[in-house]
Design a protein around this ligand. Structure first.
Ligand code: AMP
Ligand code: MG
Length: 424
């Protein structure tokens, strides 16, 4: 496995211990690689007004149609002058003002200067700007306190983006900076890939919908809300198919409906060993399926396959397992399907403030809280680590990734953490 693992994950991989634990279990990187091999980007595109494209993935390269900045302009409030004058003229005569948006249009001669604002076009004849703080103003003339370098504080055309250059490559997800960059080129519309359509549902006879009273033995279906949030974060088009009962007929109907409408199907529950494994059975009827045990906790059982043209993720039912397996497998797949790259999650080495324990042979994604202690980052546990403890998921801001071989961590030991939000 070491050959396949990404450098960022290598600290957390150790194949030898895993095979002692369960020879059939797949490593996390292996499973992710299989998932990524099984998905392809959607091909449809849409032309969208710039603001509507926020968060979407650029369909193709965007080329700069103008220089930014378009003209030479000042980087400071000050005076534009001819550098040749700096050594010879004791004082310069101020002959006018160049405002941003209202240039000074006459040529500037020897011994002359123009008051200039930040962003204002450099008048013809001038080549250098001195900051207003570095001149003494006497009536209509200035004396320089310091000799500027030639060209100082002048922004050149195309400094930021040169005409003809690729401003943004296809596959880039459009964030705030990208929206601004496209606007700086005057693009009012942009071509993006269509959103990936994701059908999702929960399975389980014990589940009831929010708003209903709980009968004995029932629990509220929380996974569908977690999933909705995760799908929303990933900019896909969610198709909520509700709660499906633990029986083959109900699953058959749900799978058929989902496959007809979606590029990807995500379900929770019904995939653990001992559970009535209807999910697997119905999938085998309708499509192709891989049923994997993954050497990780939480999230050991995972189903990945296809129904028609849709790919299928059968996530475990436990609420924390849903979040962990989504992050490890579904999110990178949705990024690829969206035509972009999920980026590599940031891994940091920090001391643990808590004692942690785990079983050998699988990789743990324990929930942790990154805190600052004496000016340095450290991590503490959220406490109880059961895969049903969803409250810990909300308290956490990172996973503590404990490698396969690890069995315990003492307070003060260094551990690998994966912050929830950072990628690079
Ligand atoms: P399963 O994978 O179906 O065996 O479910 C594992 C555990 O997760 C059980 O305790 C289920 O009750 C629970 N669970 C399954 N689905 C959900 C759900 N949608 N919301 C909350 N808990 C669930
Ligand atoms: Mg179930």
């Amino acid at each position: 496995m070491s050959g396949e693992s990404k450098p960022a994950d290598s600290a957390a991989s150790d194949a030898s211990c895993r095979s002692e634990y369960d020879a059939e279990a797949l490593g996390v990187e292996q499973a992710r690689a299989r998932v990524l091999e099984g998905v392809t980007p959607v091909t449809g595109t849409q032309q969208l007004p710039l603001r509507s494209a926020l968060g979407r993935v650029l369909a193709s390269d965007v080329v700069a149609r103008i220089n930014v900045p378009p003209q030479r302009n000042s980087a400071m409030d000050g005076f534009a002058l001819r550098h040749a004058d700096v050594q010879t003229a004791a004082a310069l005569r101020v002959v006018g003002t160049s405002w941003a948006g209202r240039p000074f249009t006459q040529p500037v001669g020897p011994g002359e200067a123009v008051r200039i604002m930040t962003g204002a076009v450099m008048p013809d004849g001038t080549d250098t700007v001195v900051m207003q703080e570095e001149v003494d103003l006497h009536g209509a003339s200035i004396r320089l306190q310091r000799a500027p370098r030639a060209g100082e504080f002048v922004r050149r055309p195309g400094d930021d983006v040169a005409r003809g250059a690729v401003v943004l490559h296809g596959g880039k997800r459009l964030g705030a900076a990208e929206l601004g960059l496209l606007a700086s080129q005057g693009y009012a519309e942009v071509s993006v890939r269509r959103r990936v359509r994701v059908a999702f549902f929960s399975t389980g006879d014990e589940l009831t919908g929010i708003g209903n009273a709980l009968a004995s033995g029932q629990i509220y279906d929380s996974n569908r809300y977690t999933l909705y949030g995760l799908l929303h974060e990933h900019q896909v088009e969610p198709i909520d198919l509700g709660v499906v009962k633990d029986n083959e007929a109900a699953l058959r109907t749900a799978f058929t409906q989902a496959a007809a409408r979606a590029d990807a199907i995500v379900t929770t529950g019904g995939v653990s060993v001992g559970d009535a494994d209807f999910v697997k059975r119905v999938l085998l009827e309708q499509g192709s399926v891989g049923f994997w045990k993954i050497a990780m906790r939480p999230g050991r059982p995972l189903t990945f396959g296809r129904i028609g043209a849709s790919c299928f993720f059968g996530l475990p039912g436990n609420p924390v397992s849903v979040a962990v397996t989504f992050a490890q497998f579904v999110a990178p797949a949705l990024a690829r399907m969206s035509g972009t790259d999920a980026g590599r999650p940031l891994h940091l080495q920090v001391p643990s403030l808590s004692r942690l324990t785990k079983a050998p042979g699988r990789r743990d994604f324990q929930r942790g809280i990154l805190v600052e202690q004496d000016g340095r980052l450290a991590v503490q546990t959220t406490g109880l680590q059961g895969s049903h403890v969803l409250s810990g998921m909300s308290q956490a801001n990172c996973y503590v990734v404990l490698p396969e071989s690890c069995t315990e961590v003492n307070a003060g030991d260094m551990v690998t953490v994966m912050p929830f939000t950072a990628t690079y």
